[in-house]
Each structure stands twice: as C-alpha cells, then as structure tokens.
Design a protein around this ligand. Structure first.
Ligand code: GLN
Ligand code: ZN
Length: 764
C-alpha cells in the first residue's frame, strides 16, 4: 500500500479564527489562555480532518501563532537582547520579535519600546517569514519544547504525526547577522546549533515520534560551496544520533538537481522533492537514493488552487515506483498547504462550473489519498472519472478560451513594446508639462478612511445606489485634489478611494478572473490576503479607471496622474492559471492595460503611472535561462502596456518592498520611476542610475509609520542624495501609497516634503 503524506496544513482556521483571536489578544481583549485554546482547537480540527480523510503521514508543529521560522528562533533561544531584556512571557517575546511592541509603563511593569525583526518573503511566495537574527552573543539552547508538546497533543487525540521543523542549514542561511555583529556569518554558527537540534529530535524520539520532516528549501537556490558542504556536516551529525526519529529531508519550490551532490549519501531515511514545479528532476533525484532510502513525491500543488490532474500525478508516481518499488514511495503535497485557502466548500457564490475546477487545502488532502489508493490498486474509478471529466471540461471551456485574445497575443511584435522615440526626445516633448526642478508627486493612494470603507460596503450590499456611490467617490477625489493644490504638489493623483485593493479592483473588471469570499491565505502574522483567481484568457470589456481620472482632471488645472496596476503585479498577486504559461498571462494583461493606458491618454490624462511592485518577487529563484527569460518578458509586458502613447505623454512606474536591480528598472524605459528609498539611503544604489537618462523619484519617507519627518529632515535627506545624484533627474515623493496612513500625519509629512523641494528649487 502506497502511503500518503501532507507536508503542512493552513493554520488560520476556516473562518480566520487565528487572526481574530491573535488580534484580540494584542488589544488586550482576550487572555493568553483563550489564545492558546483557539490554537489548540485549530490544530485538533486540522489533524482530525486529515486523519478522517485517510492521510497516512500527517504533519505536526506546522502550526504557529505568527510564523514557523520565528517559532524556531524562540525555541533555540535566538532572541536578541533587546527583546529578552524585558523578561516578557514567551508568547509576548515571540510577538515582540514578530511585530514590535510599544507599551507604557505601569505600576508593576517597565515601559517597552522595541521594533520588530526584519520580515522577508518566503522564497517566491507571498508569505513572509521573520528573519532569524544572530549576534556573537547568541547562545543556542532549548527554550521550551513546542514540537514535542504539539506531537503529544496530537497523540492524545489519537493522531500519530510527523513533526516538521525547518532544517539547520536553511534556518541559518535564511537568517542574518544583527546590527552589533555585522561580521558574523550565520552559517558559522552551525556547529553550535546542531547539538540543540539533536536535543529536540531526541526529545521527539522519547515522546514516541518515529520520524521528523526537516525542511531544507534553500536547496532549490544557487548555493556556494560552503553552504553545500554544510549539509554533510549537519546531517552526518543529526542522522546518526541514537534515539532520534528517522529524518525526511524535504525541499520544495524548485529543482534540487544542481545541489544533488550536497545531499547524496546523507544518513537520512527519506527525501521529499517537488514534482509539481519540476517533474523532470525525477530520474536525477532517484539516482542519488541509496537502497533503503525512500522518496516522498510532491505531486499535489501546495501553491495553487487548481484541482489535481490524477492521471498525470499517478503516471509520475508510477514511474517512481517502477524504479523503487511501492514500499519506497509516498504520495505527497508539493509543499505545505499553507499557501492555499482552507476549504472550497465555504464558497457559496462561485459559479459551479468554475468551482468544479478548484481544490483548496481540504480538497487537496483528499486528492492525496485518492492518488495513493489509485496507485495501490484500490477502486477509485468514480473519483478518477469525475476528475478526468473536470480536467477536460476546463481545458475546452468557453470560460477559459477566448480566440480573439489568443490571436492578439500571437500577433505581439517588437514594435508594440517600444515607445515611438527614445527618452531624450520624449523629454523634449514632455516640456509641455512645465514642471519645476524637483517635481513633487505621490504614489497614488491617499488615506482609506473608515468613511470610505463604510460607503464601499453599502455600495456592494446595494444599500446605496451606484449614483450615490459615485457622488461619494467624487467628493473624496475632490478633497484629495484640493489638499494637493493647497500644499503645492506638482503632479496630482485622484487618491484611489474607489479601490479595495490594487489588483482586485482591476481583476473585477477584467474578463477571465474570478473571486472567492473565504479564500484567505496567510501573508504574514495576522495579515491574510485573498488573491483573485485567473481562470481563463484575460480581456478588458470596457475602460476601468478612466471615469475617476477624468473627473479628477476636470476639477483642477494641474496635471493629474492616471494610476494603474501593471501586468506582472496583477499576475503575481493572483492565483495564476496552471494550464497556460505565466508569460502568456502577463501578455494578456499587458494588452488589456495597453488599451486602458491609451483610453486614458485619449481622455486627456497625459501622465500615467503603471505600478509594478511585484516585479522583483516573480524573479525565478536560480540564475539561468528561466530567470533571464522572466526578466525579458516581465519588462516586455510592462512596455507593451505603456508604449502605445505619444512622446508627449509621460509614463511613470513605481516599485517598493524590494531591492530591484537597477538594470531591471531601466529595462522598462518608463519616463519616471518612483522607488522606495527612505530606508535604503545607499548612494551606491542611486549611482547605478547616473548614466541612465530617465528620471527617478526617490522615496523620502516611510509610509508604514505614522511618524512625521520634519522639514529639516527632508532637507538633510535631499542634500545627501544630491551629493551623488543630479538635480535634473530627481523627483520628490514618498516611498509608496498613503492608503494605510491617517490624514493627520499625511498632511504634515507631505507639506514638509513639498516645502523642502521648494527650498532646493531656490538653491538650484
Ligand atoms: N498606486 C498604489 C498606491 O499608491 C501603489 C501601491 C504599491 O506599490 N503597493 O497605493
Ligand atoms: Zn509601493
């Protein structure tokens, strides 16, 4: 009988219970007992669901109140002194590291004021982990025993589990040195860390665990020799401890083939590989298995919402079995299911035809079991038939196929992605805008107030008419325009009050998209996102943003910048199709946006910004052909959307949350690009743009914080930048949109920013 395995299950709860309780705990509305109780209920529910479905290998320790990597830092006592010094309860130290803590002094307790550890994207997903942060004084030791407790908790419920932990090489490699120890190389801590790993493994063994899953996802990255060598050091040690559970070493999100030498001959009992992303690695990875080692074959996608193709997955697993025998192969999810929504059954509003194409985490658990049964020769013919029917219906459906769109993508040529003239000529034509030196602008959104959310809800529920809603939005736009005129900004925006989200807003107006009501996925901590789903070929039936931009332009004599979300960002922040490649989907979006850009121009909006904050995260994890191709088509899709305009129309773009390589920015050929810069402050970075003629807007303040930078602070910042960057190409703006800010700080910060730009205008 072939075994089935799930590498991890979403921990947010079917109704976002975890978010509600953690946030209530942070607000002091519920006790830690209540918080722990809810965590326990979610875990029990998840284990039972998997057990009832018939999964053989169920994960434990996949739960976290914030982030599983942060759990490890707490467990191993990698707690910087600025957190430990307060002697908070472990759960509060944990949250302080994850999100910072500011608390006034009370009669019995001292004040607390500490910022969070750095948070970074988890590989190429939209999940963020809290970066382990080490210093010379870090003393690894076991601080609690969460994995053991959760293993025993499951056992008490009658569920045997396989605890999962991030492995030591990935844990260190994904970490960084703290400010006070910048010369410290995290991987140099390996020898100190291993005994502590061994200790927790031993405790798991004593508790009864027969196997553990150690995740080493860094194996899908380009690794230097030292890191490759660390696997031998780590696993020769961990794999030979007496009393420890057997180790399954798991990787996902890419191919391990370039790093196979690093894991060959390791004393582990099993390997897990992702065959959804890289089915072609099968033969290579099998070739390194010793006679006793087993293979966990990830064939059900942990990163997407599509129903599995049972025929395809079964074929791959059978191929593995031919070489290894049925007792040495396990059918598994490609990665943890953390990145998928919890349960499709919650969706009552989805078109039943489309719903039949999806599988969320709960459904994927069942898929794993069906595939395992099928391979083992059990009768699952009804499931297989239904699956084949669903797959073929989706492939031929008129909802997925749009001939006109396919032909238009087929006809894309080089001319479509080139402006009519090079930048210097365009710059001449754009002198019509008559902008001063150090032109000031913002990134698009203004505070999304409670009033805006309330009215949007009323409109969605139908308690106000579309006309009433339009009036409300126009009033908001007018407020934003008047404010910008008043403080003297040069290029205005309409403020985006009509947008719930920068991708969903456009997705709702593009044919080929669908939406969920409960399809939440953890992005970080208690922040969850509900990505729209690209179901079919994408097209724009009518203009999407023209009305609001035209209204804004009609009430002012200053220039208003039109505001769109770019093709790559629309793609990356959605669940993409798995039956069509990403480039094609980006091109379809690019063409839809091109029509929108051209419509804006025709309607008199002559400055247009197309945001691409997600461009960086789409970058394939390894250097090589795939990455080169991505950069090429990502830039091309942006240019296709923006190159249909006159030379005199000014195209802007915007990037944030990422260290985007200056070369990738240049490849877009936007007239002006605004980037997040307030925390970068690195003259080396901007010097990369010195020979680039197009203009750059440097973000001068952090929009994540309510803090107001003073006029003097802006002056100092600008003066410093001017030491290495020329005034002629320098736009002045915040780091990003202001939607999460309040009006009070927005007004003060922008006023100081504009005054500072005026000050430098006089000097130059
Ligand atoms: N125009 C968007 C805004 O201002 C850009 C958001 C983003 O880059 N994330 O909100
Ligand atoms: Zn931004």
């Amino acid at each position: 009988m072939v075994q089935s395995s799930v590498l991890g299950f979403p921990r947010i709860g079917a109704n976002r219970e975890l978010k509600k309780t953690t946030e209530a705990y942070w607000q002091g509305k519920v006790s830690s007992e209540e918080l722990f109780k809810v965590g326990k209920e979610i875990r029990a529910h998840n284990w039972k669901l998997q057990k009832d479905a018939g999964v053989d290998v169920i994960a434990s320790n996949d739960f976290s109140f914030y982030d599983q990597v942060l759990d490890l830092s707490l467990l191993f006592n990698a707690i910087p002194e600025r957190y430990s010094k307060y002697n908070l309860a472990p759960i509060d130290t944990f949250f302080a590291m994850g999100r910072g803590l500011q608390k006034k002094a009370t009669e019995t307790e001292a004040a607390v004021d500490v910022t969070a550890l750095e948070m970074v994207k988890w590989f190429d997903s939209n999940y963020h982990y809290v970066r382990p942060t080490f210093s010379h004084s870090t003393q690894f030791k076991l601080n609690g025993q969460k994995p053991v407790d959760e293993y025993l908790e499951a056992k008490a419920l009658g569920v045997e589990t396989r605890p999962v932990l991030l492995g030591p090489v990935s844990y260190l490699t994904l970490g960084k040195a703290d400010k006070d120890s910048l010369d410290l190389e995290p991987l140099s801590l390996l020898e100190k860390l291993l005994p502590v790993y061994a200790e927790i493994l031993k405790k798991l063994g004593e508790a009864g665990a027969t196997s553990v899953q150690l995740d080493e996802p860094v194996l899908v990255l380009d690794l230097d020799e030292k890191t490759q060598g660390a696997f031998k050091t780590a696993y020769d040690f961990l794999g030979t401890q007496s009393g420890s559970p057997a180790i399954t070493l798991a990787t996902y999100f890419g191919t391990v083939v370039p790093n196979l030498a690093a894991i060959k001959n390791l004393p582990v009992s099993s390997f897990h590989f992702d065959f959804v992303r890289n089915p072609e690695q099968l033969d290579d990875v099998i070739s390194i298995l010793s006679d006793k080692q087993t293979l966990s074959a990830g064939v059900v996608d942990g990163r997407n919402i599509w129903k599995n193709d049972f025929a395809k997955s079964s074929a791959l697993v059978k191929k593995a079995i031919e070489k290894l025998g049925a007792d040495r192969v396990t059918v598994a999810t490609s990665s943890s299911l953390l990145h998928t929504p919890v349960d499709l059954e919650s969706e009552k509003k989805l078109d039943p035809v489309i719903k039949d194409w999806f599988a969320f985490a709960t459904q994927k658990v069942k898929e794993i079991v069906v595939i395992a049964k099928n391979i083992s020769g059990e009768d699952v013919s009804a499931e297989l038939e239904a699956n084949a029917k669903s797959i073929s219906e989706r492939a031929s459906s008129s909802l997925t196929n749009n001939k006109t769109v396919q032909e238009r993508v087929g006809a894309i040529n080089d001319k479509l992605s080139q402006r009519a003239a090079p930048f210097p000529e365009r710059l001449e034509a754009q002198k019509v805008f008559n902008l001063p030196l150090f032109p000031t602008t913002t990134i698009g959104s203004f505070p999304q107030t409670k009033d805006i959310r309330v009215n949007r809800n009323k409109f969605v529920k139908g308690t106000i008419t579309p006309e009433e809603y339009e009036q409300f939005i126009n009033k908001e736009i007018e407020t934003v325009i008047r404010f910008q005129e008043e403080i003297g900004l040069d290029v205005l925006v309409h403020g985006e009050p009509e947008r719930n989200d920068m991708v969903q807003y456009f997705g709702e107006q593009i044919d080929g998209y669908t939406f969920t009501v409960y399809g939440w996925v953890q992005s970080y901590g208690s922040r969850y996102v509900r990505p729209p789903i690209i179901v079919g070929d994408l097209s724009r039936p009518k203009p999407m943003s023209v009305k609001e931009s035209v209204y804004a332009q009609s009430i002012t004599t200053k220039h208003v910048k039109g505001m769109l979300t770019g093709p790559v960002t629309c793609l990356r922040w959605s669940f993409p199709r798995d039956d069509v490649d990403q480039r094609t989907q980006a091109m379809q979006l690019a063409l839809a946006l091109r029509d929108e850009v051209n419509d804006l121009e025709a309607a008199g909006v002559k400055i247009i910004q197309v945001d691409e904050p997600a461009l960086r995260e789409g970058l394939p994890l390894r250097a090589g052909d795939e990455r080169t191709a991505y950069l090429q088509w990502a830039a091309e899709s942006f240019r296709i959307s923006t190159c249909g305009v006159q030379n005199s129309t000014q195209i802007h773009s915007h990037f944030c949350y990422s260290d985007l390589d200056p070369n990738h920015i240049k490849a877009l050929d936007a007239d002006v690009v605004s980037i997040e810069y307030s925390k970068k402050d690195d003259p080396k970075y901007i010097s990369e743009f010195l020979n680039y003629p197009n203009h750059i807007g440097l973000g001068l303040f952090d929009i994540h914080s309510p803090r107001v930078p003073s006029y003097e602070e802006f002056n100092a910042k600008i003066a410093k930048i001017l030491e290495s960057y020329p005034a002629e190409k320098f736009w002045v703006n915040p780091d990003c949109g202001l939607k999460t800010r309040g009006w009070e700080e927005t007004k003060l910060s922008l006023t100081n920013m504009v005054e500072s730009a005026k000050h430098f205008r006089e000097l130059y």
